[in-house]
Design a protein around this ligand. Structure first.
Ligand code: SF4
Length: 217
């Protein structure tokens, strides 16, 4: 049922010319993950070059790093998450999508959340955060991340947490206490323990040693 509804939305998205990004895209980047089993919707910023080529979100270096963090936290990208972006088409030169572009694409984002009806939403990075929350001048993603909050989508309240975008972590390799990578690790563990306490993936991640693995990316 969910997949049928999402397919209708996807087809509308395929034919969308709602903003200027339609003229430069190769593919829309609609979603990844499993709509039937996902209990969490993760929202990123916008498709990059590889995403535009493949039609899948978070498949470049940042996406690979995100997958590693998720796996280590015991969250399955393929089973627990439904992954989307604030806009479905790649902004030229990977620039941040404009407010107008995000507004034009919001109907697809809202429809996807409404169909999935997740137990929680992860806002991945500042662009996703600002799509749902108006920050005052003192608030930054560093201060807001890791806190549970409520976001409202089409009149429905959802539990939500902001985490760093993995592209930020690609520029910050430290695993010291208080470092962005360490905070990412803590936030995802919090999400796993709060939203998926009954989930125990038995994937063979015995060889995943956090410090050494993430240092490669
Ligand atoms: S970004 Fe969204 S609104 Fe703009 S053309 Fe693509 S699908 Fe349509």
């Amino acid at each position: 049922m969910k997949n049928n509804c999402l397919e209708i939305v996807r087809q509308k998205c395929e034919n969308c010319n709602g903003c200027a990004l339609a003229s430069t895209r190769n593919n829309i980047v609609f979603s990844d993950g499993n709509a039937s089993t996902a209990r969490i919707v993760l929202i990123g910023e916008a498709p990059g070059e590889m995403e535009d080529e493949t039609g899948r979100p978070f498949v470049g270096r940042a996406g690979q790093l995100l997958t590693q963090f998720l796996t280590e936290a015991g969250i399955s990208r393929d089973e627990d998450l439904y992954i989307i972006n604030t806009v479905k088409c790649r902004p030229p030169e990977n620039r941040v999508p404009t407010d107008e572009e995000k507004m034009a694409c919001r109907k697809f984002l809202n429809a996807q959340i409404d169909i999935i009806k997740p137990d929680a939403i992860i806002l991945c990075g500042a662009t996703a955060l600002k799509s749902f929350v108006t920050l005052d001048k003192k608030q930054t993603i560093s201060k807001v991340r890791g806190q549970w909050m409520t976001v409202t989508v089409d009149g429905v309240d959802y539990k939500a947490m902001t985490i760093f975008h993995p592209s930020y972590l690609l520029r910050n390799h430290s695993m010291d206490e208080g470092s962005p990578r360490r905070l990412m690790q803590q936030d995802l563990k919090n999400i796993k323990d709060t939203i998926l306490p009954d989930v125990n993936h038995t994937q063979s991640n015995n060889n995943l040693v956090f410090g050494t693995l993430t240092a490669k990316v």
